[in-house]
Design a protein around this ligand. Structure first.
Ligand code: PMV
Length: 330
């Protein structure tokens, strides 16, 4: 049986996704927009070599339990449905960055899985289909199929056929720099699906949050196409904070920030007052992603490195979408 292998990168949203219109198919309640990140990758190999129903997934050398396995199975089943193969899969994945700490490791993982599984099944399929398959495992993974800047259209179809990511512009269009300030490497306390359900069910601001998305998508797309840093900064921080406002007002409250998260925001506001162009975004975790314009100015980076509560600073920029790799890489 043929093996398949792929690499995919993480992605970070500038217009966030938080809320589903269909939980089983990971159909979003609104669209979102992201940047695929260079260098923060998952490498995955897949072989359909096990008994039917007996999938096995190893992540960073550790066997993954039912929770993670069921996400992978949603993707593998989609591939099995079109390849008329019923065999169980052996999946081996390795992340080169912290798992589950708001760095979208599941996005990279499920995008790599969809691409590697299609390769293992000798299917040659288009990017929209791969994006739909990745989405079945983790919503945001559909954006990691795409290089550069990606827009995930929410779609309206009940079967999700029109809910996948497409490219807005390629990575070389705007080589922004992103500094991922890791202040806490522990896995997040509340998984995103449960968190989204809780927000939708209990936050009085959930509807208001969703209403912000169409105008924010429009502004962010224009900012990226026009390489307008101030305009992107404005919309990205607003989208992030509106999402966190809805999270915070869920019952019980979803608080993903740590004290270090807020100390870092104070530092960023100070840097901005000193004239350094930058903006931040934060996902369902405590770590802060800081975006600076392309170029050689490293002063923001040097200030962040010096902060005692920044445990690691990862440097990234727009990267390529998922792609197959030769097996001998593993
Ligand atoms: O795709 P999920 O279920 O891991 O959800 C991702 C949610 C956020 O990272 C908080 C926002 C986003 O758009 O990536």
């Amino acid at each position: 049986m043929k093996k398949g292998s792929a690499i995919a990168s993480s992605n970070i949203a500038f217009v966030k996704y938080w809320g589903k219109r269909d939980t089983a198919l990971n159909l979003p309640a609104a669209g979102s927009l992201s940047m695929t990140l260079s260098g923060l990758t998952t490498h995955t190999t897949v072989s359909f070599d096990r008994a039917p129903g007996d999938d096995e997934l190893t992540l960073n050398g550790v066997r993954v339990g039912q929770g993670g396995l069921s996400k992978a199975r949603a993707v593998l089943d989609a591939v099995r449905r079109v390849s008329d193969g019923g065999a169980g899969a052996t999946v081996v994945s390795v992340n080169n960055f912290p798992t589950g700490a708001g760095l979208a490791s599941s996005a990279a993982g499920l995008a790599a899985l969809a691409t590697a599984a299609a390769d293992a099944a000798s299917l040659s399929i288009d990017s929209a289909t791969l994006s739909r398959w990745a989405r079945l495992g983790s919503g945001s993974a559909c954006r990691s199929i795409v290089s550069g800047f990606a827009v995930w259209n929410a779609g309206v179809a009940a079967d999700g056929s029109d809910s996948f990511a497409t490219q807005l512009v390629p990575p070389e269009h705007w080589p922004l720099r992103m500094l991922v300030a890791v202040v806490d490497e522990r896995p997040k306390t509340e998984p995103s699906t449960a968190g989204m359900q809780r927000t939708a069910a209990s936050s009085p601001y959930f509807g208001a949050w969703l209403n912000t998305v169409p105008a924010d998508l429009h502004q962010a797309s224009e900012a990226i196409v026009g390489r307008d840093f101030e305009k992107l900064a404005d919309v990205a921080e607003r989208s992030c904070l509106a999402m966190h406002a809805a999270m915070l007002t869920s019952q019980p409250s979803l608080l993903y920030f740590r004290p270090q998260t807020l100390m870092l925001l104070e530092e960023l506001y100070q840097l901005r007052r000193e004239g350094h162009p930058l903006f931040f975004t934060i996902d369902a975790g405590p770590n802060v992603k800081v975006v600076v314009p392309p170029g050689v100015d490293r002063s923001v980076e040097s200030r962040l490195v010096e902060l005692p509560y920044v445990r690691r600073l990862l440097r990234t920029s727009p990267g390529v979408g998922s792609h197959t790799t030769p097996i001998h890489l593993f």
